[in-house]
Write a protein that binds this ligand. Structure first.
Ligand code: C2E
Length: 806
């Protein structure tokens, strides 16, 4: 009994499934049992009935003839005895004997409402003939049969019910023990399953046998546990993905570039912090807007619309748009930004939005504009420089061709400028140049151009002339404005100028020749005596006499050994220690004296003599460098050599350089070739090829006079330069001109960002070295350290300097 109680309790707490099962079992078993019992009872009932009938037939067969004989003999006593005998038989309760013809003998009694069975048979005397003597009607009471039937039904029902009930409970218990409690455990487990308890597997409370593992419960448990493991993997993957997404979104948000993300209709969906900082628009203001709608000024709105229309078209066609855009901040301030616009595509390659990356390039733009200005204008006087002047001349000639007018070209040179410069100093020289520029400009109309070609040379272009006299008048005016004294260093100095004039189209219809003719006329004017002007005449072509003479001397100079190399040390700015030297060419001509390269190199270039001269320079410089390296033991000592454009483009140039290196044994990385910006500006494929070819050999390449040409930063990226030399004109004013200082700073930073070393040229004062040190300029060169020296002096310098440093 105590053992049975927990079972009962378990059954009571069993699940609805168990109850439903129990109910069905009960229902089916009861129905089946009842059906079986009914059949059984019915058959017993039939059996009892047939027993009674059988008994009646036995009475008929046993008593029919004896009763007939008693009747025939009219033996009433016997008849009665016989009938009492029949009546004493079980279930027989009533006998009716009908005697022929009309008497009757009745025995027994039939209770009212009793169920009875009646059997009749005739009593016949067979004695040759047949005589019907009467008929006996026997009535049997079925009450006993029915009572029996009722008892059986009761017993059967009671036993069957108890059997069914106990079997059901047993089945239920087995089912509960083997199945439903596990199903409940599974249900509870899955109900409680959450991300927090994913690590707890489902374990059923039953032995861990292989048979259990293979049954349906085992299979469901495995399936749930596999699902749990997949969930763990999924959660881990999602966490990883979420961490990645967080990382990327943080990176985008903190990106130094501004980032906008638009939907497919170009409506802004996201803007990072940098965008807000750059434009002044808060994220809330711009979400849902088109990028072109961020501008409020109606003039700019139109431009912005056009711009974004073309951006959209190009992004759709080409897949990317990039360019520099002059944008407007929220407060109306303008700034330059570099924009890159690309579509964002999903895995199927369909565009889901657009990415707009922006970078503030205002500072770079400012420097570029400054550099561009530097490239076209002379810093000192503010006048157009040679490059711009030549452009203007070409334009003026084209215009004159169209209107059949004349153009006057004037070459001016200040007399005795060099002397003034040397005696009163550079500052005085500079003041003179500025004042001279002002005086020349004051004599000209708005359409005329005055330019500084370099040094003390000026060019004046007079477009739209109707006759040659006009140019003479201008020349006279200029000479007159030079009459008053110049105040230099507090002194009154009288300076004159010589002017040469050539006229388009009379003297030439080509700008180059016109300039040459004006130059020749100026030489003529100088020869005439100072403060005069001369108009070009064909005879003057001969005046390039001096130049011709120079040319003929130059042709022999190599053979006669008139060339000499001077060397100027290049030092490490931070430590002041020597890292190399620049070879600078000098020409010692018995007739002309010491000729400086600025004077003869242009002619050497023009005549092509620069090619053999240049080869000689490289050969000598390499030899010298090898000797110094051996002398000092300085493995890193290098030599820089200037290469002029004509020389560089000579097909035999690279071979000549390699020959010099091989002959001297100088490692290629110790030779640095200095190439002017001018050369790179030609931007030919040929130039790029030669530069790459040289770079491959290990020779170092440097950009000379950086800042005096176009100074386009783009070429620095595309060519394999190692070093950038900042022109001395910038260095000279770093301490006085804040503009030059910031420009030098910017050049150093940009060069470093492109991986280039920087050499500052023309360092003359200690203050400049401090500035350059502060700005991390790598190397320096200039009179402060040493002037260029003949080789012997340089060796002496090297010995003393090297010793001093070690
Ligand atoms: N005011 C000042 N000037 C300084 C200072 N330090 C150096 N210099 C001068 O600046 C020039 C530097 O050479 P560069 O820019 O390559 O300019 C060179 C270079 O372009 C060219 N050159 C010189 N030698 C050769 C050569 O062998 N081949 C070619 N193709 N050109 C040469 O002639 C130019 C002038 O050469 P140099 O007259 O020797 O003039 C040299 C040098 O004497 C300084 O502190 N202050």
């Amino acid at each position: 009994m105590p053992e049975f109680m927990p079972r009962l309790r378990r059954i009571r707490t069993a699940s609805p499934l168990s109850f439903r099962l129990l109910a069905w079992i009960l229902l089916f078993s009861t129905a089946f049992t009842l059906l079986a019992a009914g059949v059984q009872i019915y058959s017993d009932y039939r059996k009892d009935l047939s027993l009674i009938e059988e008994r009646m037939e036995v009475i008929e067969s046993g008593y029919a003839s004896s009763l007939a004989r008693s009747l025939w003999a009219l033996d009433q006593k016997l008849l009665q005895t016989q009938m009492e005998g029949i009546l004493s038989l079980p279930d027989i309760i009533h006998l009716r004997l009908r005697i022929e013809p009309d008497s009757e003998l009745v025995m027994g009694e039939v209770p009212r409402h009793a169920d009875t069975l009646v059997h009749r048979f005739e009593l016949v005397q067979r004695d040759g003939n047949e005589f019907l003597l009467g008929e006996l009607e026997i009535t049997a009471n079925l009450e006993r049969v029915y009572g029996e039937l009722q008892r059986k039904v009761g017993v059967i029902l009671a036993t069957q019910f108890l059997t069914v009930f106990f079997v059901s409970v047993l089945i239920l218990w087995i089912f509960q023990h083997l199945v439903t409690r596990h199903l409940t455990a599974m249900a509870d487990y899955t109900k409680d399953l959450s991300l927090k308890n994913l690590s707890r597997p489902l374990v059923l409370d039953r032995p861990d046998s292989s048979a259990n593992g293979k049954d349906e419960l085992g299979m469901v448990t495995d399936a749930i546990n596999q699902m749990r493991e997949r969930l763990i993997d999924d959660v881990a993957r999602r966490e990883r993905d979420a961490a990645d997404i967080l990382k990327f979104s943080k990176a985008i948000d903190q990106s130094p570039s501004s980032v906008l993300i638009c939907d497919r209709q170009w409506r802004i969906e996201y803007a990072n912090r940098k965008f807000s900082q750059l434009t002044g628009h808060t994220t809330d203001d711009i979400i849902g807007k088109h990028p072109s709608h961020l501008i409020e000024n109606s003039m700019d709105i139109q431009d912005a619309r056009h711009l974004w229309q073309s951006i959209r078209l190009q992004v759709q066609r080409v897949g990317v748009w990039q360019g520099e855009v002059n944008s407007v901040r929220r407060n109306g301030e303008r700034y330059w930004e570099q924009l890159v616009v690309t579509p964002i595509r999903d895995n199927n390659g369909d565009t889901t939005g657009y990415l707009i990356l922006g970078e503030d390039i205002s500072i770079r733009k400012r420097y570029e504009q400054q550099l561009l200005r530097q490239a076209n204008y002379d810093i000192l006087t503010g006048l157009p420089n040679r490059m711009l002047a030549l452009d203007r001349l070409k334009l003026a000639l084209a215009q004159a061709r169209r209107d059949n007018s004349q153009v006057g070209v004037m070459f001016l040179d200040l007399d005795n400028f060099k002397h003034i410069n040397d005696t009163l100093g550079h500052d005085a020289g500079d003041t003179l140049l500025v004042e001279a520029a002002r005086r020349i400009s004051s004599c000209l109309r708005g359409t005329s151009t005055v330019a500084r070609l370099g040094g003390d040379e000026f060019l004046v272009i007079l477009p739209g002339l109707t006759g040659t006299e006009a140019s003479c008048q201008v020349a006279e005016r200029i000479l007159k404005t030079f009459a008053p004294a110049f105040m230099l260093n507090g002194q009154e100095v009288f300076v004159t100028t010589s002017i040469g004039i050539a006229i388009f189209p009379t003297d030439s219809d080509n700008s180059g020749t016109l300039l040459q003719h004006a130059d020749a006329a100026m030489y003529q004017a100088k020869h005439k005596g100072k403060s005069s002007y001369a108009q070009f005449t064909p005879e003057m072509t001969e005046v390039s006499h001096e130049r011709l003479q120079m040319e003929s001397h130059m042709r022999k100079a190599l053979e006669l050994g008139e060339f000499e190399l001077y060397y100027q040390p290049i030092v490490d700015t931070a430590s002041g220690s020597l890292i190399g030297a620049e070879a600078l060419l000098r020409w010692n001509n018995p007739a002309m004296g010491m000729v400086m390269p600025d004077r003869f190199i242009p002619l050497a270039e023009e005549t092509g003599l620069i090619i053999p001269i240049g080869e000689w320079v490289i050969e000598e410089a390499c030899k010298a460098a090898v000797a110094w390296r051996a002398m000092t033991g300085l493995e890193s000592l290098s030599i820089a050599v200037n290469v002029s454009p004509r020389q560089f483009r000579d097909p035999g140039f690279t071979d000549a350089v390699m020959r010099s290196l091989n002959a001297s044994g100088l490692p290629p990385e110790c030779l640095e070739l200095e190439i002017t910006e001018r050369l790179i500006l030609d931007n030919t494929i040929e130039t790029a090829d030669i530069l790459r070819q040289l770079d491959r050999t290990g020779i170092r390449l440097s950009v000379d006079d950086f800042g005096t040409g176009y100074s386009a930063l783009s070429y620095l990226k595309s060519y394999p330069f190692d070093t950038l030399k900042i022109d001395k004109s910038f260095i000279q004013d770093v301490l006085n001109e804040s503009g030059d200082a910031s420009l030098v700073r910017a050049i150093i930073n940009m060069a470093h960002s492109l991986g280039l070393k920087v050499i500052a040229e023309g360092v003359e004062e200690e203050g400049q070295t401090h500035f350059l040190k502060n700005e991390n300029c790598d190397y320096s060169q200039g009179y402060f350290y040493s002037r260029p020296m003949p080789e012997q002096d340089f060796i002496y310098w090297l010995e003393t300097n090297h010793r001093a440093n070690h």
